[in-house]
Design a protein around this ligand. Sequence first.
Ligand SMILES: Nc1nc2c(ncn2[C@@H]2O[C@H](COP(=O)(O)OP(=O)(O)OP(=O)(O)O)[C@@H](O)[C@H]2O)c(=O)[nH]1
Ligand SMILES: [Zn+2]
Length: 289
Amino acid sequence: MPDIVVGDWVLLNEKHQFIRLLDRKTCFQRKAPGTRMKYQLISANVDTAFIVSSMNADFNLSRIERFLAVVHEAGAEPVIVLSKSDLVSSPETYLEQIRTLGTNLMVEAVNCLDIQGVSKLNDWLNTGDTVCVLGSSGVGKSTLINTLTGETSQRTGAIREDDKKGRHTTTRRSLIELACGALILDTPGMREIQITDCKSGISSTFIDIENLAMNCRYKDCQHQAEPGCAVRKAVESGNLESRRVDNYHKLRREEALNSASLTERRARDKALGQYYKRTLKEAKKFKGR
Ligand SMILES: Nc1nc2c(ncn2[C@@H]2O[C@H](COP(=O)(O)OP(=O)(O)OP(=O)(O)O)[C@@H](O)[C@H]2O)c(=O)[nH]1
Ligand SMILES: [Zn+2]
């Protein structure tokens, strides 16, 4: 019997006995701790990921880019869901900001508490579609799922007024079938997903920067202080946000660090420890003179 994960489709015979696992269309995975090549599957066959972000002080483009990288890496289609539209006077300003992340990016502003409002998402909720819901705590993931299911099965927490963050209320793992025939995959592992082995996901998310980089004078341009850098030129001329370039660098660094195996990290720490020891010894010698 192969490893099976939430979202997998299997073929059964008429006696409901397992015949085979169907090929996975998409995979959300993380690296198993301490290994170089081993991956732990978190979910399979997610077609669409709703990346929920609330239109309040928590709104953060860099955080959305981080989720986009993970979703692209998995091979799923991202849809940005801007929640709490009932609490802002002009959702359009937020929608405009999202458009700076890519002109083809799909985005909807919704009130998660309103059935009519969440029907904007119906295009991605056809029979057999599997969607997952990602986003920081308190943005309205459970509220959205409740409204879509017409139930109150997922507990939602009242928002804390002081920091506008919700309480941690999601405790159970589930695959929920909607009346329209779509499936919502909602597991804690998905909500906490991190950037590891996400190189191609980052490339897809920042395709504009990677395309510009092809015109940099040096092939290995780091877009820092090199002459003839097309990326910096785009920033200077106002065609590209410097925030976006900074986040691109940040996510790539983080990805490389997280993707290094524990063994590699230990080797690095050991080398560093030896360096400190050597330096201390030398310092003592120097003092002793
Ligand atoms: N007015 C308004 N309130 C919302 C909306 N979406 C969510 N809320 C409220 O925001 C609070 C947090 O929502 P949750 O659905 O619990 O957030 P969550 O993303 O599931 O949070 P975690 O379970 O902590 O990850 C609740 O009080 C919701 O009622 C919205 O579109 N409009
Ligand atoms: Zn460059």
